[in-house]
Design a protein around this ligand. Structure first.
Ligand code: C2E
Ligand code: CA
Ligand code: CA
Ligand code: CA
Length: 278
């Protein structure tokens, strides 16, 4: 009578097993791809509502697998975290993103780049040195490099996490709390993080066009974030109506398909050129 599916035997679930052969293959393929530059960074602009101008871009990894086609980051990033491959992924992303920022500065020297890192990166003794050397190599102002970390990742190992984040901000980098409002983080802990920005999770913004209650929640989150001294970014903005509402509710910055979808560097450069002339 036990309703076990074909891949389940008691508590052991094949589906969740990170040592599943196909997943291990995927991870060794990912390491190869990173090594041979078969991964790519796409960039999505973030705009200031006060000026309507692009203030920075977020780097988002893309992987086109030779047999499987596009593999979405939500499929391989968590797996890379579990297996430790994230260390290689993050190194590749930081390398590429900081080189690319140097190029983007030809168009606008004030642009920032945001890089996503994971909980596991925070326990790597190489992380601070990685950002430090790549920033110097490209002669970038570290204040133009923003590290995005989800609140749950920051909470993973609060003590170690906090000291790593303090080291990163001590060398001038900025910290952004990603997916804000999506988890159950303790506000008293969040307050201790050396962050300068929060990104409201897309889920929070979902119903703001139709629900007064949803708008109240977003407005409260924005006020609270600003009260704690953070700049507030609303992400995943898909419509003009949402953008207008978020402006009224007090958000400082917006990101989302309504403004621009993530694009390869050269397409983003073309988009920025058009924007600049507009
Ligand atoms: P995230 O950091 O919260 O990134 C935002 C996600 O929302 C991205 O998905 C982006 O393409 C998508 N997005 C942007 N605008 C809109 C919109 O208007 N509507 C909707 N529905 N979605 C929008 P993506 O690129 O698939 O990345 C998913 C997640 O994978 C990211 O969430 C991040 O947690 C992770 N990720 C992506 N790139 C990296 C990376 O280089 N390193 C690490 N550690 N994680 C990454
Ligand atoms: Ca992010
Ligand atoms: Ca996010
Ligand atoms: Ca996310």
């Amino acid at each position: 009578m036990a309703p076990h599916g074909p891949y389940q035997t008691g508590l052991y679930s094949r589906k969740d097993d990170i040592y599943d052969e196909s997943r291990l293959t995927l991870m060794s393929d990912l390491r190869e791809a990173l090594h041979h530059n078969q991964t790519e960074l796409y960039y999505q602009p973030k705009i200031s509502l006060a000026t309507g101008k692009v203030v920075g871009v977020e780097a988002l990894i893309r992987w086109h697998h030779p047999d499987r086609g596009w593999v979405p980051p939500i499929e391989f990033v968590p797996m890379a975290e579990k297996t430790g491959v994230i260390k290689h992924l993050t190194r590749w992303v930081v390398d590429q993103a900081l080189n690319d920022l140097k190029e983007l500065h030809a168009l606008d020297p004030a642009l920032t780049v945001s890089v996503n890192i994971s909980a596991r990166d925070l326990s790597s003794p190489e992380l601070v040195g990685l950002f430090e050397t790549r920033t110097k190599r490209n002669q970038l102002n570290p204040e133009q490099v923003i590290i995005e970390l989800t609140e749950t990742a920051a909470m993973d190992d609060p003590h170690r996490g906090l000291s790593a984040l303090n080291e990163l901000t001590a060398i001038g980098l900025k910290l952004s709390i990603d997916d804000f409002g999506a988890g159950y983080s303790s506000l008293s802990y969040l307050k201790k993080l050396p962050a300068s920005e929060i990104k409201l999770d897309r889920a929070l913004l979902q119903d703001i066009e139709s629900s007064e209650g949803a708008r109240m929640i977003v407005e409260t989150a924005i006020r609270m974030g600003q009260g704690l001294g953070y700049q507030v970014v609303a992400e995943g903005v898909e419509t003009e109506k949402s953008a207008r509402l978020l402006n009224q509710l007090g958000a400082e910055m917006l990101q989302g398909y309504w403004i621009c979808s993530p694009k390869p560097l050269h397409e983003l450069q073309a988009w920025l050129e058009v924007e600049r002339k507009a």
